[in-house]
Design a protein around this ligand. Structure first.
Ligand code: NCD
Length: 329
């Protein structure tokens, strides 16, 4: 019997093989690098007068936000519009969710209107993945509870790579409310996959159980934790996810864990400072550092947010039904 011929290799390998972007978990270093490289082309495009392209022409993007957002929602809206999509913004306020409709019923209702992409933020970890199983369009997780926020980790990675020229081998400190932070979880995974070393620095009450199994070094003292770091990422106290009190007082928290110039001295002299926003000045970060553009990359992170979301939409568009390559879809 003649053995069947081996299947022909695809001419161009699939670089983002998923319908959705639900988390950093499950992505490979190659897929992440592909999204980061694609983002760079959009950084350049967004600095031109004409920022538009037609990749999503005729497509509909629905922003479905069950939690508040400034940066993420606006940047997905801009990203969708710049790629030529019709964008609709829905928040839990003012929708039938307030009348008791379930997440799944809301999703099924929107799905019946044939959106191409749903961008979803929800207060429950796992809710976005659940919703993605009930709809036929592409789904992007814009933050689910304290679980994942993949586009934030991607935009942080682009920002780091632009300032430091690489990710591999860097020492990154993530400081503050690690326990409740989806930004921390997505960043820890991405940075590990891309070959950085990660430290988390927080009081014991704000470190998740089993943190050391997440591929991080755990520190409770800012001075020791920041020593030798290339990147210092500060996080807000997520009081909306706290039941009870996790820190004695805001002023005591700032004293021990707030980033000021004195503590920043312990990091490398050229260490960059990051924050996903929204910032609570004087709680986790000193107001002067936040505005010090020689150290702080916070404004750049916001700029990268639009480019990264365009890159993600572009990558997902290749798997949308009726995609025609090079036809200005
Ligand atoms: C973060 C979030 O929503 O998880 N914000 C953001 O998307 N830039 C962080 C936060 O809310 O503290």
């Amino acid at each position: 019997m003649i053995a069947p011929a081996p299947a022909a290799k695809a001419a161009s390998p699939e670089r983002y093989p998923h319908r959705d972007l639900l988390g950093i978990e499950g992505l490979t270093a190659e897929q992440i690098a592909y999204l980061l490289d694609k983002s760079e082309t959009y950084v350049a495009q967004n600095r031109q007068v004409d920022k538009r392209s037609a990749i999503l022409r005729g497509r509909t993007l629905v922003n479905l936000f069950f939690e508040s957002s400034t940066r993420t929602r606006t940047s997905f809206e801009l990203a969708g519009k710049r790629l030529g999509a019709d964008v609709i913004n829905m928040s839990a306020e003012g929708s039938s969710i307030k009348k008791g409709e379930t997440l799944i019923d809301t999703a099924m209702t929107l799905n019946a209107m044939h959106p191409d992409v749903l961008v979803v933020r929800h207060q429950e970890s796992g809710a976005v993945a659940l919703l993605s199983k009930k709809v036929s369009c592409a789904v992007i997780n814009a933050g689910d509870g304290s679980h994942e926020h993949p586009t934030q980790a991607l935009l942080d990675a682009v920002t780091i790579r632009r300032r430091k020229g690489k990710i591999r081998g860097l020492l990154v400190a993530i400081c503050g409310d690690i326990l409740h932070s989806r930004v921390a979880r997505s960043n820890i995974q991405l940075l590990n996959i891309m070959g950085a070393r990660v430290r988390v620095i927080a009081p014991p009450t704000l470190i998740p159980a089993g943190a050391s199994q997440m591929g991080v070094e755990v520190h409770h003292d800012m001075r020791k934790g920041l020593a030798g770091c290339d990147v210092v990422m500060m996080l807000r106290l997520q009081s909306e996810r706290m039941q009870g009190s996790f820190v004695p007082s805001v002023s005591e928290y700032f004293h021990f864990y707030g980033l000021d110039y004195e503590k920043l001295e312990y990091a490398k002299p050229d260490a960059m400072v990051m924050h996903p926003g929204p910032m609570n000045r004087g709680v986790e970060i000193d107001t002067e550092i936040a505005d010090d553009i020689s150290r702080s990359a916070i404004a750049e992170q916001v700029e990268m947010g639009v480019a990264v979301r365009m890159a993600v939409l572009d990558a997902l568009s290749e798997r949308l039904p009726n995609f025609v390559p090079g036809n200005g879809n």
